[in-house]
Ligand binder design. Structure first.
Ligand SMILES: CC(C)(COP(=O)(O)OP(=O)(O)OC[C@H]1O[C@@H](n2cnc3c(N)ncnc32)[C@H](O)[C@@H]1OP(=O)(O)O)[C@@H](O)C(=O)NCCC(=O)NCCS
Length: 436
């Protein structure tokens, strides 16, 4: 942090110890233990730490720690950071292309150091760096909804937690297609990322995944980075014999009433594969209830069930938050489902993405031209202004311009907001199933 605060900031890559083979270096261990503390997880054992270092390295994560060198004698590990923050990069499907997103994760500040501006310092300097490095968009998942709007992040995708009554067989109205097999878990370490890649390329809102997903799919990791023995998986093949979906799940302890099967991860290249995986799940004996906490907003399942009341939405929550760094690049990367033109201004509290652009969409692709502040917009083109967070929410199309305008995030005349809505509306809500 700034000189005078008494705090020191370091940014580094997770690393193994140079002296003790197979263990993490002390700085990395201390950083990971601080994250565990921040999120109320148990302390990591050294085998967990080395597994995480390997995975973080493969993810290309950068770790930031803020250190208080004036810790008194009874303080827990004076070498551990009082605040943590990490970043990595994966591609985001914008409906038109795959755009590298600057992802922020592992944000924690020790209770004794809260509300002194440590998060503000970490996030503003990081976003500035990401912009300088050429990222168009930053992304995160928030543990609390009140923290990140002030930094220009808006909710861009949601997911639903569903509960399906599975007593008897789950009858679907769509004809079966392809085949589903109980999978050899070990093979999912390489197959799951292949299937996810195809899902990513086809679904607006999908975001590339960190390596932990493949490890969990293969049962090599559970909640902790160590083998989990009760994970099962199934793979679906399309009619030509190509794998196009997988599901991992576990049966909750027998004492759970009704007997419940919990879906851990379900990735499908298309709707047919998604529904076939559900058909498989619904055919498992001794299961009375199936839960999935990360289903899409636009889920075909209830519409394909013979008895749609078997499908209950238990909760609906925000998942991906986006923040513009280079709005013009975001707009050029986006796939539009309607053509038209609009002058879009962005007001940014951190002044990273402020400006005004003429956006002309033709055949689904935008041509974006910067306008000077005092430049008169071309006549007849709708003119609107969005806050950075509202633009983050509008971008993937999960919420309409009209709704954002009603909530105060976008300003313009009624007709101009409607025109913006027509340009940004998408036929199907975006779906992100990547938690980070
Ligand atoms: C959330 C957390 C990281 C905030 O860190 P911090 O260093 O105390 O935050 P700052 O002092 O930099 O505060 C930045 C701003 O956010 C606000 N803020 C921070 N946390 C907030 C919260 N939980 N609720 C409401 N406002 C919050 C501050 O009031 C401040 O506002 P201002 O600058 O507009 O006056 C910290 O409380 C924490 O570690 N919480 C537990 C873990 C967690 O929730 N992490 C987020 C993971 S996504």
């Amino acid at each position: 942090m700034d000189s005078g605060s008494g705090l020191r900031t370091e940014r580094f890559r997770a690393a193994l110890s140079p002296v003790e083979s197979g263990s993490a270096d002390e700085r990395t261990v201390a950083w990971l233990q601080s994250v565990a503390l921040g999120f109320h997880e148990p302390r990591y054992e050294s085998k967990h730490v080395s597994a995480l270092v390997e995975a973080y390295d493969a993810d290309g994560r950068w770790l930031t720690g803020v250190y208080d060198d004036a810790a008194p004698v009874h303080a827990w590990n004076p070498a551990a950071p009082v605040a943590t923050y990490a970043t990595m990069t994966h591609e985001l499907n914008t409906g038109g292309s795959l755009l590298p997103a600057h992802q922020i994760t592992s944000v924690s500040v020790r209770p004794t150091h809260r509300r002194r501006g440590i998060l503000r310092h970490m996030i503003t300097s990081d976003l500035r760096r990401a912009k300088d490095e050429g990222f168009a968009v930053a992304a995160l998942g928030a543990s609390e909804a009140v923290i990140y709007g002030r930094f220009g992040f808006g909710v861009a995708t949601s997911e639903v937690a569903v509960q399906v009554d599975a007593r008897g067989r789950l009858e679907l109205t769509v004809p079966p297609s392809g085949t589903t097999v109980l999978a050899d878990l070990a093979q999912l370490e390489s197959l799951a990322p292949e299937i996810f890649r195809r899902h990513l390329e086809r679904h607006r809102g999908a975001l590339g995944r960190q390596i932990g997903y493949a490890k969990r799919a293969a049962g090599l990791w559970g909640d902790l980075p160590e083998p989990e023995k009760d994970i099962r998986a199934a793979v679906h093949y399309d009619p030509s014999g190509t794998p196009d979906g997988y599901v991992t799940y576990k049966f909750l302890p027998w004492e759970t009433e009704p007997h419940t099967l919990k879906v851990l991860d379900l990735v499908a290249v298309d709707d047919a594969a998604r529904l076939e995986l559900w058909r498989y799940l619904g055919s498992i004996d001794l299961v009375e209830r199936i839960t999935h906490s990360a289903a899409p907003d636009a889920d075909p399942l209830p519409w394909a069930l013979a008895d749609r009341r078997r499908y209950a939405v238990k909760s609906h929550g925000d998942l991906l938050w986006l923040r513009p760094l280079d709005p013009a690049a975001m707009l050029r990367a986006r796939g539009f489902e309607a053509d038209g033109a609009v002058v879009l201004g962005i007001a940014d509290p951190l002044d990273l993405a402020s400006g005004r652009w003429l956006v002309q969409v033709d055949a689904g692709t935008a041509t974006v031209t910067g306008l000077e502040t005092d430049e008169t917009p071309p006549s007849g083109v709708p003119v609107v202004e969005a806050g950075a967070a509202a633009f983050g929410s509008l971008y993937l199309g999960s919420v309409s311009a009209q709704v954002l305008a009603a909530a105060g995030g976008i300003r313009g005349s009624g007709a101009d907001i409607e025109a913006l809505g027509r340009l940004f509306d998408v036929a199907r809500a975006p779906y992100c199933s990547t938690h980070f």
